[in-house]
Design a binder for this molecule. Sequence first.
Ligand SMILES: Nc1ncnc2c1ncn2[C@@H]1O[C@H](COP(=O)(O)OP(=O)(O)OP(=O)(O)O)[C@@H](O)[C@H]1O
Ligand SMILES: [Mg+2]
Length: 251
Amino acid sequence: MIAILFTSLYMIRSNRRLFAQLAALSEQRSELAQKLIATQESTLRHISRELHDEFGQILTAVGAMLTRAGNHAPEGSALRAELREVCEITQSTLDKVRSLSQALHPVMLEETGLESTLDWYLPVVERQAGVHVFYEKSGESFPVDGNAAIHVYRVVQEALNNLTRHSGAKESWVRLRFLPQALEVEVEDHGRGFDAQAARQGIGLVAMRERAELLGGTVEFLRPEQAADGKSENGRGTLVRLRVPRKKLEA
Ligand SMILES: Nc1ncnc2c1ncn2[C@@H]1O[C@H](COP(=O)(O)OP(=O)(O)OP(=O)(O)O)[C@@H](O)[C@H]1O
Ligand SMILES: [Mg+2]
């Protein structure tokens, strides 16, 4: 009896120690992931600003100089035509630099806010990925701090990336809900669907969870029929739902 008692006590203690170690490791992993996310965001923001400000200004100046030089060249001359061509190339390079800068880190998030950034971003996805987006907004909108907004934006971005890469669906539903106490964003498709517990995890799902945690919120990967207003036929597809408490979003 005494031997059994001692063995049990020993096992309980060593289990407790193991659990404590596991909890500490998990916390360290989460801390590391969140630091990585923060570093990545600040690097992207820096590159995006440099591209927009430095290269944007240089290309604008070059464009203006070329236009002026073109105006000095004789009307109808080959030089004038060539200068106009170079000017057009400069303009299209400028457009590319600007859109790359926006793609890396939308300056809009700080300037005009999350809602208008999504208003701009969703049509871009439609155009680039060829997926139709039904965009629904509800509730009375409230301002979201730029540092928090970037995480919400990245979750939507990754959910839509996954949707275009993995779901096979050609339609998607994005819902932005301003609730009294929270912000809720959903990205839904009626495509292939997957099991978030069993799926081979890339960086995408992990980063979405970490970002939700950074915001004190949650992210869920559901089957559309599990959602309150499930509209998916046969319950196929994926519903990504991010929910963040409002107090974490205010500046
Ligand atoms: N909307 C979706 N429809 C179907 N399968 C999905 C969807 N979203 C995710 N998946 C599945 O979950 C897996 C993990 O997604 P995750 O974003 O973590 O990785 P990934 O997209 O493969 O790579 P990356 O690290 O570039 O994001 C995917 O490989 C895919 O099989
Ligand atoms: Mg992914």
